[in-house]
Ligand binder design. Structure first.
Ligand code: HEM
Length: 476
């Protein structure tokens, strides 16, 4: 029941057993939370107790080798890595990268415009979205980018992220819940794949860091990036090569497939809703006009486009079960005893499709978010957890530190797609909205759509804006 689409079984049980219940898998006790108030009580109010991670055999021990911020237990190493990650993901840092995110979004739309040839060539936008997210992360992490979807790093990096989705999951890997002595000796194929993935990450991303280190030693001036910061601080922060390779990998794994998945879900969903597209495009024409692309500053004046993004995120969280937390001490929650070592899973599927909060929750309806002008990063801090927009970024002390970057990337990509194209389904090629069944992530299965420029001047504006954005990026 939990090896395929575990969120659906957890939702069924939440309806039967309530918003807090436990299950046991092998040697591991799990508590499943399906209510915003309980999630806040445990993850936020009692964050000192509920911020640990389980040392999963495949994900934490094999792929991340006990390093990196995502899978590290709640300890001093995590604090150090989270602090370094935050330097690169804070509001101040994001303000600095805006020219990069701006350029990459425009570059993606321009590539889609060129390759779809005025709507005559059917397009699968997934690799374009993947490359856009990838370029944002490689620029922030290593100060490098790819120049087209055919660049070998695009396939290599997307394959690594996909393999991560296929081999690591909060509750689908039986090997994670076996006694250690069995894990060590049993020839699990997942163990072999986990080791291969670890090596792939170290070779690829650790290799980029080595390259940067050589250039720095040779006195070559390089753009600021996470890798450069880590190399400069390695003595002071006591970082070894593996620490740096895995922290960079956490950025590449955490920041690529996730934001790309939201752009992909948007592209898969929107062709079925021409009236929603029209309404968003009327708003864009009114506020932005047809002579320039929407920017970050425009978001507050484009409430309908903003609402479309929140609704895509509610309907298609890329990680329905997030990254589970672990209780580092025994805890009594009212009459319920949660023992130390319990894995606590945020069941966002039940929360996002909760009928008591959302009218007809299965329906894609951006209007439900029209009154909510918050950014998701701000919504996560609302005092009343029942008003939070959605739970895609997790909660508490381990909440996604990449939220600010992710929101900017997603806004620029989606608002510009709406600005540039009428997106429609191709007759005879219906879009399958099935979620890809990885062990953790959920992107759409492959699909093609038609992208027709909305008006004659689209190409010219894209050309001009790309040139402008490139010169700002290069100066910055
Ligand atoms: C749509 C985009 C994204 C989604 C849905 C997402 C989702 C998540 C979730 C659910 C968690 C676990 C939170 C928890 O434990 O409660 C997380 C953690 C994390 N995310 Fe994101 N993320 C996104 C984008 C990014 C980006 C752009 C980065 C940039 C590097 C990033 C880096 C990380 C890191 C490093 C962690 C580990 C935090 C820790 O354990 O302390 N994420 N993310």
């Amino acid at each position: 029941m939990l090896t395929k689409y575990p969120e659906l079984a957890l939702d069924r049980w939440a309806r039967k057993y309530g918003p807090l219940y436990s299950i046991r898998l092998g040697n591991q006790l799990f508590v499943i939370l399906s209510d915003p108030g309980i999630a806040k009580d445990l993850f936020v109010t009692n964050g000192a107790i509920f911020s640990d991670r389980k040392e999963m055999f495949v994900k934490s021990q094999t792929v991340f080798a006990g390093r990196g911020v995502t899978a590290t237990p709640y300890n001093d190493r995590w604090r150090k890595h989270r602090r370094i990650a935050t330097i690169w993901l804070s509001q101040k840092a994001v303000d600095r990268y805006t020219p990069i995110l701006d350029f990459e979004a425009t570059d993606m739309i321009k590539a889609l415009y060129a390759d779809s040839k005025n709507g005559t060539v059917n397009i699968n936008p997934q690799t374009y979205a993947g490359r856009c997210s990838l370029n944002n992360m490689t620029t922030i992490t290593f100060g490098r980018r790819t120049d087209s979807i055919h660049h070998p790093l695009v396939k290599q990096a997307l394959d690594l992220s996909r393999e991560f989705m296929n081999t690591t999951g909060p509750m689908s890997n039986l090997v994670d819940f076996m006694p250690e002595r069995v894990q060590k000796w049993f020839p699990w194929s997942m163990k072999t794949r986990g080791k291969k993935l670890h090596q792939g990450l170290v070779n690829t991303y650790g290799g980029f860091i080595k390259d940067i280190e050589h250039k720095m030693k040779a006195g070559i001036q390089l753009d600021d990036c996470l890798a450069k910061t880590m190399i400069e601080a390695r003595e002071q922060e006591d970082l070894d090569d593996l620490d740096m390779a895995i922290l960079a990998s956490a950025f590449m794994i955490g920041g690529v497939e996730t934001t790309a998945s939201i752009m992909q879900w948007f592209s898969a969903l929107i062709p079925a809703y021409p009236a929603i597209q029209r309404k968003a495009q009327e708003e864009l024409d009114r506020v932005v006009g047809r002579d320039r692309l929407p920017t970050i500053e425009d978001e507050k004046n484009l409430p309908y486009c903003h609402a479309i993004i929140k609704e895509v995120e509610r309907c298609h969280n890329p990680f329905w079960l997030g990254t589970p937390h672990v209780a580092s001490e025994d805890f009594e929650y009212g009459s319920i005893f949660i023992p130390k070592g319990t894995v606590v899973v945020l069941n966002t599927w039940s929360m996002h499709y909760d009928e008591s909060r959302w009218e007809r929750p299965m329906k894609f309806d951006p209007d439900r978010y029209l009154p909510d002008s918050t950014l998701s990063s701000a919504s996560a801090n609302l005092t009343d957890p029942y008003l939070r927009d959605h739970w895609m970024f997790g909660a508490g002390r381990r909440i996604c530190p990449g939220m600010l970057v992710a929101e900017c990337e997603i806004w620029l990509a989606i608002s510009r797609m709406l600005w540039a194209f009428d997106m429609s389904e191709i007759p005879g090629k219906p879009i399958d909205l099935k979620e890809y069944d990885g062990k953790s992530g959920r992107s759409p299965v492959p699909f093609v759509i038609q992208l027709k420029p909305r008006f004659e001047g689209v190409g010219k504006v894209l050309e001009r804006e790309r040139r402008g954005a490139e010169s700002v990026r290069l100066r910055g």
